[in-house]
Design a protein around this ligand. Structure first.
Ligand SMILES: Cc1cc2nc3c(=O)[nH]c(=O)nc-3n(C[C@H](O)[C@H](O)[C@H](O)COP(=O)(O)OP(=O)(O)OC[C@H]3O[C@@H](n4cnc5c(N)ncnc54)[C@H](O)[C@@H]3O)c2cc1C
Length: 483
């Protein structure tokens, strides 16, 4: 890419310590000071939330120090100057997870996506480097793995989502990065490692080498039947790897094997993705296919396919019944990119905090607008752990931040909860090197930040924004609760 913000700006941002920058300076450097309002950023994200501060003394606990936990922590510190704030999370390293896709594409290195979490956790916050093993909301306390009991008046749960490679029979995390298997999601939040980006870039290169040897390799990209964070990542990897080959005049038999029934839930975006597929060598879509097992040695992936069959004729309705059926389908591959099934952390599932039944069972039972727990009113949720219809992206967590903190302060003050999350979810779909469809939507449908730009159109502008601007914005603004 030739177009980018000046090198001086990027270097200054990379060198500057987060504590050394003011919000105004950071916005100016990134070049979005005035643009923030133009870009339709909700007022609650820009405001200095004077109205939602409290002088009350209270014990506030944040569980989890990833994107959501750190954003909540930063806002809580400024909203509650007299509160006694504790954060429990084991990870000394903070991962900028969206950057793993650019690592996979060979454009970022590990240094772009990791920083010390101590840069974001102020000295006046009590940081317990452990994990919550037991939530005991009836007694307003948690117990950590090492047995420490921590009580609270208010709690924010920010424990994220767990990858379950172990739910795919025959696969272990050790297989990833070998024998043609990759997964950009391979990271360990507790240890702060991001192997997914590294191994997927090696996989891109190995794929190119295989393609250049004459025979077209078969490459499968999977998407599971569970909720996942960043639902667009499977297709981002498909397009970027196909483009990596295309640039050298190479191709492959690409197979998108997804549990979904279509490319995207929003028709305009789906059409645009279908058009983008046509630019590449054969891409075959296998919808309603869920990867259940893999024969690593023989390179065979087995999917459960859900399909419909015509049943008996219904005289009353004057139509045929539709019967849903399932069958197992084996597919040979040379290369496979696996998106693991995902679920809530065990400590949440095992507690009284999760939904007790239904499709959201085990996910944190919060109201989809106020993000307050539906049964424990002193508990709020932020980020991927929330059992709500949309919002498993870092961009969603950014929008959760002011809602959670505004409502927590209101609850503390005994006032009505006013802040509402609208379901904002963002999916920067990379359709080639240098181009992104910025899919932004909420509970109502498409919700573009820049309303006059057609959100379904792939754009160079969004590529530049994502590759060069978002990362410094994440480290310098979002992690400080400023954006
Ligand atoms: C490959 C990839 C690409 C992505 N691309 C994008 C993108 O382009 N745009 C976007 O907006 N989002 C993207 N995301 C999603 C985004 O990174 C997540 O939605 C976001 O990080 C969620 O924040 P979180 O705080 O809920 O969870 P996390 O950031 O995962 O943090 C969870 C934290 O909780 C801690 N924890 C877990 N269990 C416990 C426990 N029992 N006790 C204490 N602590 C605990 C963990 O150690 C961790 O620190 C992507 C993610 C991946 C993996």
């Amino acid at each position: 890419m030739k177009i980018k913000p000046s090198k001086a700006v990027i270097e200054a941002l990379q060198k500057s310590s987060p504590e050394g920058l003011s919000r105004r300076d950071a916005l100016k450097m990134i070049g979005i000071g005035g643009a923030a309002s133009v870009m339709g950023i909700p007022p609650s994200l820009q405001a200095d939330e004077e109205s939602s501060k409290s002088d009350k003394k209270a014990k506030v606990l944040v569980v989890g120090a990833g994107s959501g936990g750190i954003m909540a922590l930063a806002r809580l510190r400024s909203a509650l100057p007299n509160a006694d704030i504790t954060i429990i999370s084991p990870n000394e390293i903070h991962l900028y997870q969206p950057g793993q896709v650019f690592m996979a594409a060979g454009l970022y290195t590990i240094d772009d996506v990791v920083k010390d979490n101590k840069d974001f956790i102020a000295d006046d916050v009590n940081w317990i480097k452990d994990e919550v093993a037991t939530f005991d909301p009836d007694n307003n306390k948690v117990i950590t793995r090492t047995g420490e009991e921590v009580s609270y008046d208010f709690m924010v749960v920010a424990t994220g989502i767990i990858n379950h490679y172990d739910w795919i029979e025959g696969l272990s995390e050790d297989d990833i990065g070998k024998n043609g298997i990759s997964s950009v999601y391979l990271n360990n939040m507790a240890k702060g490692t991001a192997k997914g980006g590294e191994v997927t870039w090696e996989w891109f290169e190995a794929l190119k080498k295989a393609s250049s040897s004459g025979e077209k390799p078969t490459v499968i990209y999977t998407q599971p039947n569970t909720a996942i964070k960043c639902g667009g990542a499977p297709q981002k990897i498909l397009f970027l790897s196909a483009d990596h080959l295309k640039k050298d005049g190479l191709g492959a038999n690409y197979v998108l094997a997804t549990n979904a029934g279509k490319l995207f839930s929003i028709p305009e975006i789906e059409d645009s993705l279908a058009k983008a597929q046509k630019r590449y060598d054969t891409i075959t879509n296998k919808f309603n296919h869920n990867l259940t097992s893999i024969d690593v040695k023989n390179k065979v992936a087995t999917f459960e396919e859900t399909y419909e069959e015509k049943g008996a004729y219904d005289e009353d309705l004057e139509e045929y019944d539709v019967i849903e059926k399932k069958r197992m389908v084996d597919m040979k591959y040379d290369f496979i990119h696996i998106v693991p099934p995902m679920g809530p952390p065990k400590a949440v599932i095992d507690s009284k905090l999760g939904w007790q039944k239904g499709s959201a069972k085990g996910w944190l039972e919060v109201d989809q607008e106020t993000l307050q727990h539906r049964r424990y009113q002193n508990i709020f949720g932020i980020g991927d752990v929330c059992g709500i219809p949309l919002g498993k992206t870092g961009g969603s967590a950014r929008h959760h931040g002011p809602v959670v903190v505004g409502n927590l302060v209101a609850a503390m003050e005994g006032k009505k909860l006013k802040e509402k999350f609208d379901g904002y979810t963002v999916c920067p779909l990379k359709t080639e090197y240098g181009e992104i469809i910025m899919a932004e939507f909420n509970y109502e449908g498409l919700a573009p930040t820049i309303p006059f730009l057609d959100p379904a159109e792939p754009r160079v502008f969004w590529w530049i924004f994502d590759l060069y601007m978002l990362k410094p914005m994440y480290w310098h603004l979002m992690m400080r609760g400023w954006f």
